[in-house]
Ligand binder design. Structure first.
Ligand code: DGL
Length: 308
């Protein structure tokens, strides 16, 4: 996919074309918690004029150990809430929820729905030369086989080696609690935060078997994991292609909105709204700001009961 920005597309538009009434509406994004803010951050960087409504289902996080049917039900509830907020497109910024619910949401939700698995799979297919690709994620994502299917649908000659690495979600959360300065940009200091002997031992246990499979590309199949990139690279070596679907997903959103003539006007001031299901939004607000790279203002508490 050729990276391009929204303003490139607007530059090519005929000024007499009426803007789509959808164009000014926000993009809806959700995750089980704060991990999906790695995707929201890429969206804000590639589409600086787009408004975003983000919901973190922190109260029911983690999704990874739950049955797929339950996660699918959660994804439907959240999508109903996002549709009520009048979003023009929904991004499932969670691999577990994408594995569990993408197809159902695409069938049932009245706006386009983009998941994170397809974009990550596409990036892996483009990166590998040995055609041996590793995928790590939560138990829900890995057990669903969604990555293997998505990669092999693009290139049936690729061998996929996958491993559930659920403790990586724990490590990300623990690491963030070790540094609670709310406005620090966590993404810029992940090496200092996560390269620690205790974390490295867990990471080696998970990753050494994949390393022995002689993969040349590793997909981070969980939206929490981009924070662990320096730790993972310290074990997998400098040559490994480490693929986060966050950026690829943002590019897919650009393409989808562009195709539908629904990109926000280039002069639109973006408005970011955040919501969480947690009874106390404090943690979501502090840790989320560190991932998103800017303060999360006026975080709303929502209840999803009765939806979906
Ligand atoms: N962010 C979720 C994902 O991408 C992982 C966290 C969870 O288990 O809820 O799968």
């Amino acid at each position: 996919m050729t990276p391009h920005t929204a303003s490139d597309s607007y530059a090519g538009r005929d000024s007499s074309e009426a803007p789509s009434p959808w164009a000014g509406l926000p993009i809806g994004v959700f995750d089980s918690g704060i991990g999906g803010l790695t995707v929201a951050r890429e969206l804000a960087s590639h589409l600086p004029q787009e408004s975003i409504v983000y919901l973190g289902d922190t109260e029911r996080c983690p999704y990874g150990p739950r049955p797929l049917e339950e996660v699918e039900r959660f994804a439907l509830q959240i999508s109903s809430w996002l549709v009520e907020q009048e979003v023009k497109l929904i991004v499932i910024a969670c691999n577990s929820a994408t594995a569990a619910g993408l197809e159902t949401l695409q069938r049932q939700v009245p706006v386009p729905v983009v998941g994170v698995i397809e974009p990550g799979a596409r990036a892996a297919v483009q990166a590998t030369t040995s055609r041996r690709v590793g995928v790590i994620g939560t138990a829900a994502t890995i057990d669903s086989g969604a990555y293997t299917r998505a990669i092999r649908a693009l290139d049936a000659g690729i061998t996929v080696f996958s491993a559930a690495t659920p403790r990586f979600v724990e490590i990300v959360e623990q690491g963030m609690r070790l540094d609670r300065s709310p406005l620090e940009d966590l993404m810029a200091q992940t090496a200092a935060l996560y390269i620690r002997p205790a974390f490295a031992e867990i990471a080696r246990d998970y990753l050494d078997p994949l390393k022995r499979c002689a993969i040349d590309s590793l997909v981070l199949g969980c939206t929490h994991y981009p924070l662990l990139t320096p730790l993972i690279r310290s074990i997998m070596g400098p040559e490994m292609h480490i693929i986060s679907s966050a950026e690829e997903t943002a590019l897919e959103v650009v393409e989808t909105l562009d195709r539908r003539g629904q990109l926000a006007p280039p002069d639109q001031m973006p408005h970011y709204r955040f919501a969480t299901t947690a009874s106390d939004p404090g943690d979501f607000t502090d840790l989320g700001a560190a991932i998103f790279g800017r303060p999360l203002e006026q975080v709303q508490r929502v209840s999803l009961e009765g939806l979906g």
